[in-house]
Design a protein around this ligand. Sequence first.
Ligand code: FEO
Length: 395
Amino acid sequence: MKPMEIAKGIYWLGVIDWNIRDFHGYSTYEGSTYNSFLIMDEKITLIDAVKKEFADELIANISQIVDPKKIDYVISNHTEMDHSGGLPRVMHKIGEDKPLYCSKMGQKNLASHFPQKWNYQPVENGGELSLGNRTLTFLETRMLHWPDSMFSYVKEDRLLFSSDAFGQHYAGLERFDDQIGDAIMPHARKYFANILLLYSPLILKLVDKVTEMGLPIDMICPDHGILWRKDPSKIINAYVEWSNQKPKRKALVIYDTMWHSTGTMGEVIVDALGEEGVDARLMHLRNWHRSDIMTEVLDAGAIIVGSPTLNNGLFPTVSDFLTYMKGLKPLNKVGAAFGSFGWSGEAAKLVTKELEEMKFDIIDPGVRVQYVPDDKGLDACRELAAKIAQALPAE
Ligand code: FEO
């Protein structure tokens, strides 16, 4: 796709990854984008690179605006390879000796990825760099979401290059929020739930800090997806809401099953929750991608996980999902387990242990049924649903 001028003298040079469907375990059904930007000032400045396999496309995009050798400065806001993988080829083209600005951790992390002895210029939080008619201000955003992450702000254009924050994995011809409207929000939400959720407390602190600083922002330019120019506050407000993780009267029944006994239990639990006025969803782990389930976990008040016992342990898909969810540290959840077993029956106990470790409010020791649920077993499932409904906020 051709470069696009997004503000006077500032260009989007990004590339569109139409075909990616798995981004390190996150399902990207609609592809992704890797955004890169060029500021044409007295000092011509490139902000962020792209994935390695798109480096030549980025160089071709730069060449449509300016000879790459004329670039004076390179900024790396984040080291992860979807933004730095293309740097070796790009730096080779621009000039290996050109100043490369990044955070101190950025220098350390880039040096751990690439053997080249680039001309690193580590910057401090709040540090400034004059480009001539514009000034870049660097804001460290450590652990949002890597130790090296930072934002770059152009005060003259009131424009924030926000790295991964406020991004979305989405491939499309639209470049701005006003071109796509609310259709982008599910992508932004999924991105938050799967990449940033564990940093919710840090995000709230960062928003407070930026609000205190009173930085006027006319446009937010993340490194993935569309740019927010019509209403940048919309995505900031959404981040505040998502970071607060206020639970809704919503429950997810997430399960796998071998001979449909655990599945039957899940169906009964969901039906009973529905009768209690709970927005309940049954999610079979072999039909739902873990990253889509996590998106629903974001505002759910209850997470009920069902697993059959297989070889004295959890069913593998359940282990996979619990590991994934645990790493993302969701807050404010009620939790419970259920599952069928043949002779040993450890699974429900193991699920409960995992949910406890996630600091979920465990409201029941877990419903266990041997082989096939009978009326008594199904009644226990209904009782579990009633306890969950009682524990959820009224809405
Ligand atoms: Fe888009 Fe953390 O990389």
